[in-house]
Design a protein around this ligand. Sequence first.
Ligand SMILES: [Zn+2]
Length: 124
Amino acid sequence: MRKTELERFRKLLVIEKERVEKSLHKHTQTVTHEGEVGGEGAKAHSNHMADQGSDEFQYETNIQISSSEGRYLYQLEQALLRIEDASYGKCGNCAKPIGIPRLKAKLDARLCIDCKEKEERGLI
Ligand SMILES: [Zn+2]
């Protein structure tokens, strides 16, 4: 992939990463707030685990949201690393180019469409 293309994808990845980070932060705040009905409101979200031992349901909901978005965040970070070593856009299985349209649709794509299908069918 050309350097100019890598730069373009780097920008897109950074924007997407910030969006996911904000979204994760928002969920944490929402849960913290709901768990503190009648409380004083804005506490540092780092306290929410210690303060809400009684509110297990809210806590578990938060964990579920965090884990799927957290995983996505991790994939975006990995994609940024692949931009650094210029392997971004190359299939992790067959090393063929993943293709710009597929990458635009899925910024963290690690496999080309053929290999992705194989992976989904458990062939690789
Ligand atoms: Zn492939």
